[in-house]
Every structure is written in C-alpha cells, then in structure tokens.
Design a protein around this ligand. Structure first.
Ligand SMILES: Cc1cc2nc3c(=O)[nH]c(=O)nc-3n(C[C@H](O)[C@H](O)[C@H](O)COP(=O)(O)OP(=O)(O)OC[C@H]3O[C@@H](n4cnc5c(N)ncnc54)[C@H](O)[C@@H]3O)c2cc1C
Length: 353
C-alpha cells in the first residue's frame, strides 16, 4: 500500500519521483528491469533527443545540470529546413542540445531517491476498490498487485492511465512516429534537418547525427505510415542523403494537442503529467520541457495543497502551460501550410546563409 504510485519513469515520472517529499511513493516502469540488470533495454523511447531552450530552462528550474555523459556529437547551431514540395532550402539558427535520449532518461532515473520504491514491469490494469487504486503489474519475476490512494500517469503518449481514467474518449490528434538509425557515412552532409512534404504528412520529418549514427524520423498519419516513410526517404536522396546502413527502426505514437480539451489533468485521485496528459508542442513535437514542467507543478501541488483540492489546484496551475500550447498553434500555418511556408522560406526572414 502506497500513498502514491507513478506509472512511467520517463522525464515526467522520474522528475516527479525525485521532487516529491513526505509521501510513501512507488514508481513503475517497463524499461527498469533490463536497465537495472545491465542488459540492453527492450524499451528505449524513440526520440530526436534534442533539448530545446524551453527544456533547458525547465531543467534549470528544477535545479539540474546536464552531465556531459549524456551529450553526443555534433551540437547543431542551425536547422536546415527542406521544403520537399517547393524544393526550397533554408538554414535557421537554433540553440538545441543534442543528447542520447536513453542516457538522459537513465540519468533522471538515477536521481530518484532510495525512499521511492521502484518496480520493474508493465502496468496492465487499473481498478478502483474502496477508494483506492489497485494496479496489476506484469513484472519480470511474477505478476503482482499494488495499491495506492493516488496514482499519476506519466506513461507517455499511449497512456494506460489516461485511457482508464478519462471520462470521455480522447479526440487528440495522433501520428505514428517512425525513426531509423543508420551508420553514418563520413562523406555525407552532417546536418540537423527538418523536412516538410504535404503530400505525405501534415507534420514533419527530422534528421541529425548522433556520434557515429545518423537518425531520420517522421511523424505520419497512421494509415500507410510505413509506405510514406519510405517515400520520404526516397525524396531525401535527391538532397544528398543516403539510407543504406540501417541499424534499427523504432516506432511509437506521438500526440498533437490542437484543442484545450486535448490536454487533461486527471480525474478523482488520478493525475496525468507529461505526454500522458497531452502535453507536447503541436508545432515542433517538443515534449521534454512539458514533461519536466508538469511534473514540477504536480510535485508542488501535492506537497502544499490540502486534500481534497489537489486536482483542482493542479488544473489551475496548468493553465499557463495549456495556453502556451495553444499559442504554439499560431506558428503552425507557416510551417505546415505549403503556400505560407513557401512564402516565408522564399523571403529568407530570420534565415542564415
Ligand atoms: C520520434 C519522436 C521524437 C521526439 N523528439 C523529441 C525531441 O527531440 N525533443 C523533445 O523535447 N521531445 C521530443 N519528442 C517528444 C518527447 O519524446 C515526449 O514528449 C517525452 O518523452 C514525454 O515524456 P514523458 O515522461 O511524458 O513520457 P515518455 O518519455 O514517453 O515516458 C513514458 C515512460 O512510461 C513507461 N511506460 C509506458 N507505459 C507503461 C506501462 N503500461 N507500465 C509501466 N511503464 C510504462 C515507459 O517505459 C517510459 O519510460 C519526440 C517524440 C517522438 C515520438
């Protein structure tokens, strides 16, 4: 029996577990087992692994300094934007930190205090019994059940917590994200790329080097995602990129909140943080800052607000982030409408040579 169980140990869950004080807390994550045993993890979050200025700010806010061990080469200073519809190419300055996303997650988990009990395994069921939550966990040793008064869904885009507690069916827009890792060929251009093609996706594709690898990914409508990803790669070949030495393919869901109701704070004694709550930028798909910020907000609410006001207080404190997400949409027509994008790129405004 715990006061609170966090489901998911990504940036959101690990941060909440680190910040919460004064409660008996457990954290469940499906990737802990293999990481703890030293084996190659069966689950690694597919991600571009770029820390945006907002995420760097969020890290500073929670008092963390990024260790050098999570950084990879190169550190990009601009993004090469390729419009595959018009053929226009522009470079825009960017201050992102390029890192190894799995190492970043493992570093955040290593900061979780020993007072938090960590369980390796996958939460497969959430039920309510006598005002408590009963979680079923498929663990490496044996299935087990855990009970808690509060639960927190920090389990990402395909959150079992959100799907269980939400009183209505979420209509949030979803894409299938496919990302491939290739051995880098030194003769190829070393760019951080963002590519747009409205005939294949109304989101975008990205590519960048990670030490000896080149990663290329895209967010695509689920229908025909695999086929459209191959078509994108083929079009990129005309710009000097080759995709011959494939190392691995990753795939997952990614969310795009377009309406206020697409973000959800929780229900009853269950809270949602990070992408589980729909907190991710709809324009850039940047989600790490939202994961860290929502976790910090919830930690503060749980430690300062008396019962039974906690959910209402959390919802109120999320207002700023929710407005910020809605404002991100103002940028979207200039990125995703092909006529407007062409005009902006043609004008060269804010571009560097
Ligand atoms: C392809 C791709 C590229 C991206 N690139 C970037 C980028 O460059 N920069 C950026 O800021 N954002 C990026 N994002 C978004 C970002 O990855 C997410 O928004 C961010 O990881 C959300 O953090 P989180 O902690 O909320 O969830 P997650 O990072 O998804 O963590 C969820 C955790 O829950 C665990 N889990 C899930 N289900 C269960 C379960 N049933 N039981 C137990 N454990 C469970 C998982 O093991 C995982 O550790 C990208 C997303 C995608 C899909």
């Amino acid at each position: 029996m715990y006061d609170l169980i966090i489901i998911g140990g990504g940036p959101a869950g690990a941060t909440l577990a680190r910040l919460l004080k004064g409660m008996k807390v457990a954290l469940i994550d499906k990737k802990l087992h293999s990481a703890q045993s030293g084996a190659i993890s069966s689950f690694q979050k597919p991600c571009g692994g770029l820390l945006s200025p907002d995420a760097q700010h969020a890290l500073a806010n929670i008092g963390l300094h990024l260790p050098a061990s999570v950084l990879v080469k190169p550190q990009p200073s601009s993004v090469k934007t390729i419009d595959l519809n018009s053929g226009l190419v522009r470079h825009y300055p960017r201050n992102y930190i390029n890192m190894d996303r799995h190492k970043f997650d493992m570093w955040l988990l290593s900061l979780v205090p020993e007072t938090v009990t960590c369980f390796a395994g996958r939460c497969t069921k959430i039920e309510q019994d006598n005002g408590e939550y009963v979680l079923t966990l498929i663990a490496p040793e044996e299935p087990r059940q855990l009970r808690a008064k509060y639960i927190v869904g920090a389990d990402g885009a395909y959150s079992i917590v959100r799907r269980t507690i939400m009183p209505y069916k979420s209509r949030i827009k979803k894409y299938t994200a496919i990302q491939q890792w290739f051995l880098r060929d030194a003769s190829e251009p070393s760019d951080y790329i963002a590519a747009f093609d409205n005939s294949l996706t109304d989101s975008y594709a990205w590519g960048l080097d990670k030490d000896e690898h080149f990663i290329f990914g895209a967010a695509l409508p689920a229908k025909n995602a695999k086929h459209d990803f191959e078509a994108l790669k083929e079009k990129m070949c005309a710009y000097g990129y080759s995709f011959s030495k494939l190392v691995k393919t990753e795939c997952c869901q990614v969310l795009t909140p377009l309406h206020f109701s697409d973000t959800f704070s929780g229900n009853g004694n269950a809270f949602l943080i990070g992408e589980a709550g729909g907190f991710i930028s709809p324009s850039s798909l940047e989600g790490i800052s939202y994961a860290l910020n929502t976790a910090a907000i919830l930690a503060k609410v749980l430690m300062t607000e008396p019962e039974p006001n906690r959910l209402a207080a959390y919802k109120k404190n999320l207002l700023g982030l929710r407005l910020k997400l809605m404002l991100k949409q103002l940028k979207m027509p200039f990125m995703y409408n092909k006529q407007l994008r062409r005009l902006v790129m043609k004008s060269g405004v804010t571009a560097v040579k």
